[in-house]
Design a protein around this ligand. Sequence first.
Ligand SMILES: Cc1ncc(COP(=O)(O)OP(=O)(O)O)c(N)n1
Ligand SMILES: Cc1ncsc1CCOP(=O)(O)O
Ligand SMILES: [Mg+2]
Length: 217
Amino acid sequence: MSAVHREALRGLYTITPDDMLLPRLSAMVSMALRGGCRLIQYRNKVAPAPLQRAQAADLLRLCRAVGALLIVNDDLHLALEIGADGVHLGDDDGDLVAARKALGRERLLGVSCYSSLDRVETAARVGADYVGIGSVYASATKPQAVRASLDLLGEVRRRFGLPVAAIGGITLDNAPEAIAAGADMVAVIGDLFDAMDISARAEAFQGLFNHGMPVSP
Ligand SMILES: Cc1ncc(COP(=O)(O)OP(=O)(O)O)c(N)n1
Ligand SMILES: Cc1ncsc1CCOP(=O)(O)O
Ligand SMILES: [Mg+2]
């Protein structure tokens, strides 16, 4: 993994909300980038494939302009097709070994591990670049998600040395607790994109990593 990639695996990890409008989604992600976020995941569970492709390509353009990384959720082929910086795969999203091979060493592979140390072990064995742990808190975006304990964040970090993204119900209020427990990244949808000022909220999340305290409310 390059130094640039390693550096990006700390801080706010912006995950996109389901949105059927390309300009609106791009405008929202631009605000997160303006707030200093340098890691974006394109996740859209409702858009048809052609719109997904167009949205992901536009987000990649925005990320490239500021030196941020774009990870595509679920879809290795889309990630490779647009030349994204990596893919994030869960339990049902395809073979991890094949994905690692197709991505090469330069592009990132993120793996959802839920609350399972066995899955973290598998992710480490196949050469994942980071793991997602959660849902750490109750998530309005994905209420049915399995829950993971805060303690697991630190345990995964200590035992496997892989960057850990805490996900699920993360807010500006509870993120310090997740970071103190061992999260290298906080992966956020709702509390970022529901904010009145998305840039300010992104900056506040980033500030938790830079100074240990939010920059602004
Ligand atoms: C950083 C991060 N961690 C976990 C997930 C969840 O992935 P998955 O379990 O495949 O669920 P969906 O996101 O596809 O609904 C994630 N996307 N990102
Ligand atoms: C994709 C995913 N996986 C577990 S919770 C979740 C959704 C996270 O969204 P939010 O930050 O709004 O809880
Ligand atoms: Mg998935």
